[in-house]
Design a protein. Structure first.
Length: 201
């Protein structure tokens, strides 16, 4: 592992669990651990590529840490790793992926790998990945009636469609069409994976 390896910040108020996650990742990534929200903000800087963030923590919650990360303008991907079942409030949150505990080693490593890959895309594509992850997660967790009745879900769907349209126009004259097709394939795989993972919980 070289110094150029992506840096992952693990934020988890259970030290044993934080250390376990760090062990799972340490062979391929540089890892920092923070055992609470305030410690996470102290450990946060522009070198961080991915944050694995527990949502329910005493003192400073994961939601508050996430808001602080985005307010600081830190350009990193964030995955919530939490026992909190996702609800429609996730639509307004600035994370990129959402894992419900208990989390397996393979799922954690795959999520970090996927988020590192997303860092090569521009802001619009990253947002589309994030929104698609949320949509797939809600579709796996909520009934069709709940989805139909949700203003948040309707707004999420409309935003995805608008972004896809904008991105289609952006790459309309781009020669590297194969790369963009590959992006959409990655997006579909990401959505399908979210649905599969959620259905197993």
């Amino acid at each position: 592992m070289s110094d150029a390896s992506p840096l992952v910040l693990v934020v988890e108020d259970e030290p044993d669990l934080a250390d376990l996650y760090a062990t799972w990742l340490s062979s391929d990534y540089r890892v920092r651990t923070a055992y609470g929200g305030h410690e996470a903000l102290d450990a946060l800087d522009d070198d961080v590529d991915v944050i694995l963030l527990d949502r329910r923590m005493p003192g400073l919650s994961g939601d508050e840490v996430l808001a602080a990360v985005r307010d600081r303008g830190i350009d990193c991907r964030v995955a919530m790793v939490t026992a909190v079942e996702p609800d429609f409030d996730i639509v307004a949150m600035g994370f990129d992926d959402y894992l419900v505990k208990p989390v397996t080693k393979d799922a954690l490593r795959e999520t970090v790998s996927t988020l590192c890959t997303r860092n090569v895309y521009d802001e619009g594509v990253q947002e589309l990945f994030s929104l698609a992850s949320k949509k797939a997660l809600l579709e796996a967790e909520k009934s069709s009636t709940e989805l139909e009745d949700s203003e948040e879900y309707a707004e999420l769907t409309a935003r995805i469609e608008k972004l896809q349209s904008e991105l289609d126009e952006t790459v309309g004259g781009v020669d590297d069409h194969d790369s963009f097709v590959g992006f959409y394939q990655d997006l579909d795989r990401n959505s399908s994976s979210a649905e599969d993972d959620s259905s197993e919980d």
